[in-house]
Design a binder for this molecule. Structure first.
Ligand SMILES: Cc1ncc(COP(=O)(O)O)c(C=O)c1O
Length: 364
């Protein structure tokens, strides 16, 4: 056909989406990519082989629609999570982003609001607005913590339909203790989501919000296989909640939203959970090494219970980001003034980052 293609402004886009920016973490083919909090360790070969066998078996029936209720996978997640959970309390989708979207489709939407304590995961506002709901930002203390009393009073004032508690928080790494979850739940009438995407990187004695589920039918705990499980490319996220809440999500999901191949791959990976999670201790060690070394270079790292570190004291983040990029190291400028965020990689990748940062010079 040829000719000039239309501009976005020329299309009859929903007015509430005009001027919005899509999610846009740069994807650049650099040798050391530490910008989107992936697990940079590949899946071990023998586990990959077993996953491949499962996918091959599923492929034989791929002429049929998959199990719409992904029963075996839900059983796998219930077993992995423990806490006495059963499959009727589990939901899953293509990444926890889609899991969160399902919650918002069911409980937010036009005329409703969703709330989170900024800075927090950048997809929450995007997902919220995608359903036609309004995003409301709460605030954190200067060190990015939020206390139970402050959190409860902010939530009571905002009276949102959905509250996001990112525990631990992205992009700051900040732990969020269960007293905050309890207080926010009491202060809210709406759904309270505790996003535990990075929970496996927390100290071994950290308590999960899963322990708070009994008797709290508006509470949701979401998790992902993208981080500790080294499965980001497979796109599998999941949650635990009251069975009635799971029924609400059935109203908004697309039929057969989890492909047979995804279900097979995720179930197989779960059977190897201890091996898949085998690199977590090593990643935590690299995270702590980043914290210690950037501090020695004069920057101010924030406490992290995740697989990444946010550090302040960066004179000009754009310049430092570019200097690292030019040395083949991709990290993330999350838009917080004088801060940058880096994911803990393998020992070699972490060394490459730390050497590159040191070569840029010490903090001002
Ligand atoms: C806090 C948080 N929640 C959810 C996600 C989404 O992960 P996925 O959709 O890969 O499961 C991320 C990814 O970075 C995240 O940081």
């Amino acid at each position: 056909m040829g000719g000039v293609s239309a501009r976005l402004e020329d299309l009859p886009l929903r007015p509430d989406l005009r001027g919005q920016k899509p999610y846009g973490a740069p994807q650049a083919p650099l040798p050391v990519a530490l910008n989107v909090n992936e697990n940079t360790h590949p899946v071990p070969q023998d586990v990959a082989d077993d996953i491949l066998d499962s996918i091959a078996r599923a492929l034989r029936d791929v002429n049929r629609y998959p199990d719409r209720e992904f029963t075996a996978l839900r059983e796998g997640f219930a077993e992995y999570l423990g806490h006495g959970l059963t499959r009727d309390q589990i939901w899953a989708a293509n990444g926890s982003n889609e899991v969160l979207q399902h919650i918002l489709q069911a409980f937010a939407g036009p005329g409703r609001t969703a709330f989170g304590f900024s800075p927090t995961y950048s997809m929450y506002p995007l997902l919220t607005r995608g359903t036609g709901a309004q995003w409301v930002s709460g605030t954190r203390a200067a060190d990015y913590t939020v206390s139970a009393s402050d959190a409860a009073s902010q939530v009571a004032d905002a009276a949102p339909d959905v509250v996001f508690l990112c525990a631990p928080n992205n992009p700051t790494g900040t732990p969020l203790h269960l007293d905050v979850v309890e207080a926010v739940y009491e202060a809210a009438d709406g759904i309270v989501i505790v996003d535990e995407a990075y929970f496996e990187f927390a100290p071994a004695d950290a308590r999960s919000a899963l322990t708070l589920l009994p008797g709290r039918e508006r509470l949701v705990v979401s998790r992902t296989m993208s981080k500790a499980f080294a499965f980001a490319g497979a796109r599998v996220g999941y949650l635990a909640a009251d069975p009635a809440l799971i029924d609400a999500l059935r109203l908004v999901r697309l039929p057969y939203h989890l492909s047979a191949l995804t279900q097979a791959a995720a179930s197989a990976a779960l059977r190897h959970a201890p091996v898949m999670l085998g690199m977590v201790d090593e990643i935590v060690a690299q995270r702590d090494r980043i914290t210690a070394t950037v501090e020695a270079l004069g920057y101010t790292p924030h406490e992290s219970w995740t697989n990444f570190v946010l550090f302040g004291g960066v004179d000009d983040p754009a310049t430092t980001w570019q200097a690292l990029y030019d040395q083949g190291v991709l990290i993330r400028d999350v838009g917080i003034p004088h801060h940058l965020r880096v994911t803990a990689g393998t020992a070699d990748e972490t060394t490459a980052f730390l050497d590159a940062l040191a070569s840029v010079g010490s903090a001002a």
